[in-house]
Design a protein around this ligand. Structure first.
Ligand code: PLP
Length: 392
């Protein structure tokens, strides 16, 4: 048997390695605390589950959904965009449902890239921009991001010939894994840049609603002219504790939405309609629920930041997202430090290098474990003297 090269040549999805390490420790009876994966620990709220109960009983929902989503779902998304960002969208042509943002991001390569086409993307980054590009036979050009420039993709760092040749520019603010945020002013520059180089901008805005200290994240589509060049990916996963239900949306330029619809309609059969009804309820009727949910994350963020500072790490508290991203002590690699934490304190963190070469030297801690587990994890850190790094 010979499976395709694209399977064997892919880097292993980072969390697979972490999950295996955790499983091995747990098999030895060790209580491992994982700050690894970003998967909300709290339940989907009751008002959203009620919509599922109702939806499950409706016979119309027992049949194949459409790939593009129910008209009512698309309208709930575009109404929410109008209320939240002041962006007016046509639900018929400028919005589409996704089986989680990951699905749309993965399929985007097939919709926008021919074999050999270049997609520009940040490094470090959520791995699916790269993987979707590889699956489409495209070529990823990774732009190093740096702490000093607030983890922004500096457009001037992209060589002009790469920008001219490339077809796609991926961005993600609020950013995973770095916690970096972008201003509307930055997005305006991106629009100009995309127009100058004839680029499609694909903005992953999955963390726009998980924000702290009063920070309000913009949509890329708020920038004048953004609708001419791009689309935005959204997810209900993080905002509403809905990772298990698999629902998101892509919105923006009608031609781009249509291209994605064509790919999707040939490959998937959409999001279960009862789940779309959950999303409609979430978007239309969340009231203060999201704000209150974020208060819980902010408290965890503050505790994690304090504990990391107490062991000597220089942490910048993120204004958004579900992660604390911090530089490892001098002399350690990110993987070396993550391994030391696991060996000495039974704590799992994600090594920054698993998000790309320029994530090296950092670790990421997720805030999606219960308050008790956060406390237990932090108590293991507080009296910890970091051992000197191994001599190489
Ligand atoms: C930056 C980023 N984009 C997209 C996703 C995928 O979200 P979804 O659950 O909607 O597939 C994640 C999930 O971790 C993410 O971190």
């Amino acid at each position: 048997m010979h499976i395709a090269d694209r399977v064997t040549q892919l880097p292993e999805y980072p969390f697979v390695t972490i999950s295996r390490t955790i499983a091995a420790k747990r098999a030895q009876g060790i209580d491992v605390i994982s700050f690894g994966i970003g998967d909300p620990d709290r339940e989907t709220p009751g008002f959203i589950l009620d919509a599922l109960d109702r939806g499950a009983r409706s016979a119309a929902n027992h049949r194949y959904p459409e790939s593009e989503g129910l008209p009512e779902f698309r309208k709930a998304v575009t109404d929410w965009y109008e209320r939240r960002f002041g962006v007016a969208l046509d639900p018929e042509t400028e919005a589409i449902s996704l089986i989680g943002a990951k699905e749309g991001i993965g399929h985007a390569g097939l919709a926008f890239l021919n074999p050999g086409d270049v997609a520009i993307m940040p490094d470090p980054a959520y791995p699916v921009y790269d993987v979707g590009t590889i699956f489409a036979g495209g070529v990823s050009y990774k732009v190093p991001m740096h702490e000093e420039s607030g983890w922004l993709v500096e457009l001037d760092d992209i060589p002009a010939d790469v920008a001219d040749k490339a077809k796609v520019l991926w961005l993600n603010y609020p950013n995973n894994p770095t916690g970096g945020v972008a201003s509307l002013e930055y997005f305006r520059r991106v629009v100009e840049y995309a127009k100058a180089h004839d680029l499609i901008v694909l903005h992953d805005n999955c963390y726009s609603e998980v924000t702290y200290d009063g920070y309000v994240a913009p949509s890329f589509l708020e920038a004048e002219g953004a609708m001419d060049v791009g689309m935005e990916f959204h997810s209900l996963s993080k905002t509403f504790n809905m990772t298990g239900w698999r629902i998101g949306a892509a919105v923006g330029n009608a031609e781009l939405v249509e291209a994605l619809r064509v790919i999707k309609s040939n490959l998937d059969s959409g999001v279960p309609q009862a789940v779309q009804e959950m999303a409609i309820e979430a978007l239309n009727n969340h009231g203060d629920w999201v704000v209150e949910n974020n208060v819980g994350y902010q408290r965890r963020r503050d505790r994690v930041v304090e504990a990391l500072r107490s062991i000597g790490l220089a942490v910048v508290p993120p204004q958004a997202g579900l992660y604390v991203w911090t530089r490892v002590p001098e002399g350690y690699t990110s993987e070396g430090f993550a391994n030391t934490l696991l060996e000495e304190r039974d704590i799992v963190v994600t090594p920054g290098g698993s998000y790309g070469q320029h994530g090296e030297g950092y670790i990421r801690l997720s805030l999606t474990l219960s308050d008790d587990r956060v406390d237990e994890g932090l108590s293991r850190l507080r009296d910890w003297k970091i051992p000197p790094p191994p001599v190489s």
